[in-house]
Write a protein that binds this ligand. Structure first.
Ligand SMILES: Nc1ncnc2c1ncn2[C@@H]1O[C@H](COP(=O)(O)OP(=O)(O)OP(=O)(O)O)[C@@H](O)[C@H]1O
Ligand SMILES: [Mg+2]
Length: 180
């Protein structure tokens, strides 16, 4: 079984994926490392540009008969049995990314993406089984417990657990909304 863990940068994908893979006894795979290993990731500046179609093909070839947790903000675009989309209050996303020293533009892009559910919408376009989990004010262990419960209960789709429409005021200072 392939479990993809996706979400906006900084929401806790890597932390949760590693813990989830340990708890399930699955292999842990980072999309970025896998893409680099397969030669389908191009370093562009300080980022890696990944050919998503090639990534989907390689993931299918390599992991369809294995039990893996795939971590990365592109993981919802690969053929997975379950996609977990982690959510985090945009204010917390902003604070985490700010402490990483992200530029104002990158900060705005990612806070805006979390506000308007970009990854969730993409995941729903591509996958049947999507589990949305709000990580706000939860420990990584609590998040993993929630995912394991949803998996055990065989829940097929669980979305609509957050609504950030009231969060705009909390993050106005970070937004660029299409301007500079
Ligand atoms: N549930 C949580 N509660 C508090 N802090 C957390 C939680 N999950 C992750 N963190 C912290 O937030 C930071 C970002 O976590 P992590 O690297 O797992 O995010 P990510 O989604 O993988 O980021 P990226 O998209 O850059 O790979 C880390 O410092 C991590 O320790
Ligand atoms: Mg990560």
């Amino acid at each position: 079984m392939i479990i993809a863990v996706s979400g906006t940068p900084g929401v806790g994908k890597t932390t949760v994926s590693k813990l989830l893979s340990e708890r399930l006894g699955y292999e842990y795979v980072s999309v970025k490392d896998f893409a680099l290993m397969k030669g389908i990731g191009e370093p562009v500046g300080d980022e890696i540009e990944i050919d998503v179609d090639a990534l989907a093909r390689e993931v299918k070839a390599e992991f369809s008969a294995r039990n893996v947790v795939i971590d990365g903000h592109l993981s919802h675009l690969v053929p997975a049995d379950v996609v977990v989309v982690l959510r985090l209050h945009p204010r917390a996303v902003a604070e985490r990314l700010k402490s990483r020293g992200y530029s104002r533009k990158k900060l705005a892009e990612n806070v805006e993406a979390e506000l308007v559910d970009v990854i969730l919408v993409e995941a729903l376009e591509k996958n049947k089984r999507v589990l949305e989990v709000d990580t706000t004010d939860k420990t990584p262990d609590e998040v993993v417990d929630e995912i394991l419960t949803l998996l055990e209960e065989g829940v097929k789709r669980r979305v609509g657990v957050v609504d950030w429409t009231e969060a705009y005021d909390d993050v106005l200072e970070y937004l660029m909304l299409g301007g500079d």
